[in-house]
Design a binder for this molecule. Structure first.
Ligand code: NAD
Length: 304
């Protein structure tokens, strides 16, 4: 019987640790990390996600702001707003909740966010850094998936990892992170000829598709770590993943539930990314202050 990987509990531990750090950070840098979330339009799913993100940020003591915009906003108006936030030294993280209305070009919007404030890790320069092995700001869901795998105590190094789904936000980045952790990685997708033959090779199986019961128990290698990223609502209105959970529990070694698996880690990693951006900004401004002090001291020294 598989051990359930409790994403909710792991996320809670990560957030608790972060909130204990908050008073020290405020004492050291004179402010707390700040996250600005831009929501365009009235999509119900997006509103729900944003609410969870803001609540999580508040729960650890971060400053979080929602900027809710009309769906009719023009691309120029949105870009102007992003530029203002980019220039504001008190803004650490900027997140534009996706999807955005069709008349706005998603690539233009993401590209406009300052690379050092791009807490989603979707900016082309952050993506490029990930693929060059530098891991600047790593996208939240893949970063959380790797935390979930590591929480089992199973080593990734040398294992065969199979990723189902090749999206830019989950499949591709998680494959690259697992590769950097020295797994042998197989990526599968809609054109994969024999998906079962591939998934049966997996010591670690990450499934990010969005199709209920795509992965059945007979597709899982006994003892495998199974991470189910998919979230869809089935005919009965219940939130489900891509893996046939009950049957898979009989075969897998470890498995994430849906809900309560990957989702909570995605939000915890968003806070972690915001914290990392904050530390970079705060350290950089401390270094600039120190440099100015040195310059002023040396000038005063010369004038004497
Ligand atoms: P996407 O639609 O962009 O990509 C889906 C991928 O699945 C594609 O690459 C496609 O090639 C592949 N695919 C489709 N059918 C397949 C099949 N039969 N066999 C093999 N591959 C197949 O989706 P996404 O944005 O990567 O999201 C995937 C799922 O994960 C969705 O259900 C989404 O809601 C969920 N998700 C969850 C979180 C979270 O925090 N829990 C975050 C992001 C996405």
């Amino acid at each position: 019987m598989a051990q359930i990987i409790d994403g909710k509990a792991l996320a809670t531990r990560i957030k608790e640790k972060m909130s204990t750090q908050m008073p020290n950070l405020e004492a050291k840098y004179g402010r707390r990390p700040s996250l600005y979330i831009i929501l365009v339009g009235n999509d119900e799913g997006s509103q729900r996600y944003v609410k969870h993100k803001l609540a999580a940020a508040a729960s650890v003591g971060m400053d979080s702001r929602l900027i809710a915009l009309e769906p009719t906003i023009t691309e120029k108006e949105l870009l102007d707003l992003i530029h203002v936030l980019n220039e504001d030294p008190l803004v650490d993280g900027i997140l534009v909740q996706l999807p955005i209305p069709k008349h706005l070009n998603e690539y233009h919007i993401i590209q406009a966010i300052d690379k050092g404030k791009d807490v989603d890790g979707f900016h082309p320069l952050n993506v490029g850094e990930l693929w060059q092995g530098m891991h600047g700001i790593v996208p939240c869901t893949p970063k959380g998936i790797v935390q979930l795998i590591m929480s089992t105590g199973v080593t990734i190094d040398g294992k065969t990892a199979v990723v189902v789904g090749r999206s830019n936000i989950v499949g591709k980045p998680v494959a690259k992170i697992l590769l950097d952790e020295n797994a042998t990685v197989i990526m599968t997708h809609t054109h994969t000829k024999d998906l079962k033959a591939m998934t049966l090779l997996a010591d670690i199986l990450v499934v990010a598709v969005g199709k209920e019961k795509l992965i059945t128990a007979d597709m899982i290698k006994p003892g495998a770590v199974v991470i189910d990223v998919g979230i869809t609502r089935n005919a009965e209105g219940k939130l489900v993943g891509d893996v046939d959970f009950d049957a898979a529990c009989e075969v897998a070694g470890y498995i994430t539930p849906v809900p309560g698996g990957v989702g909570p880690l995605t939000i915890a990693m968003l806070l972690k990314n915001t914290m990392e951006c904050f530390l970079n900004h705060a350290e950089a401004s401390t270094n600039v202050s120190k440099l100015w002090s040195k310059i002023i001291e040396s000038r005063i020294g010369t004038d004497k």
